[in-house]
Design a protein around this ligand. Structure first.
Ligand code: CTP
Length: 138
């Protein structure tokens, strides 16, 4: 039984999120996802997520490839979470390459390539650029 753990905000769920979670799940038998709480996102990225922590957790836990979700309350607790959930592999996107190598003493650490051309920040920027006409509000 191989347990995989990964972390993220997963705001405005998009194909990059789904792909990394599916690839993470394929590395083992059970995928556990730490969903960053809104306060953590505020300090990490300088803005609050659009969706609440509860909604992001509900959306992630509804995915077929995800077995369990929990709230990631602090970036400093990754080691504790790895031990608490008995994770064999920590998966992170390669935007974090090398940054979590300290956990190699606890489990295997794998950085997976990100899907190109999409991110929550880009989606927000793209949606903000749309200027709908009054007729489009039906
Ligand atoms: N991810 C990915 N491909 C993308 C975007 C995200 O593989 N195009 C991965 C990240 O590497 C991370 C997980 O999805 O492992 C959650 O990332 P998150 O930061 O929540 O999503 P982003 O779209 O990168 O959000 P933002 O633009 O706010 O940084």
């Amino acid at each position: 039984m191989k347990t995989i753990i990964t972390f993220g905000t997963y705001d405005l769920l998009h194909i990059g999120h789904v792909r990394i979670l599916e690839r993470a799940a394929a590395l083992g038998d059970k995928l556990i996802v730490g969903v960053s709480c809104s306060d953590l996102n505020q300090s990490k990225k300088g803005r609050a997520p659009i969706y609440s922590t509860e909604d992001r957790m509900a959306i992630i836990s509804a995915l077929k490839c995800v077995d369990d979700v929990f709230i990631e309350k602090s970036l400093d607790l990754k080691g504790e979470y790895i031990q608490q959930f008995g994770a064999d592999i920590l998966v992170m996107g390669d935007d974090w390459a090398g940054r979590f190598d300290e956990f190699k003493s606890l489990c295997e650490v794998v950085y997976l390539p990100r899907t190109t051309g999409i991110s929550t920040s880009k989606l927000i920027a793209d949606i903000s650029d749309i200027n709908p006409t009054p007729e489009s509000h039906s």
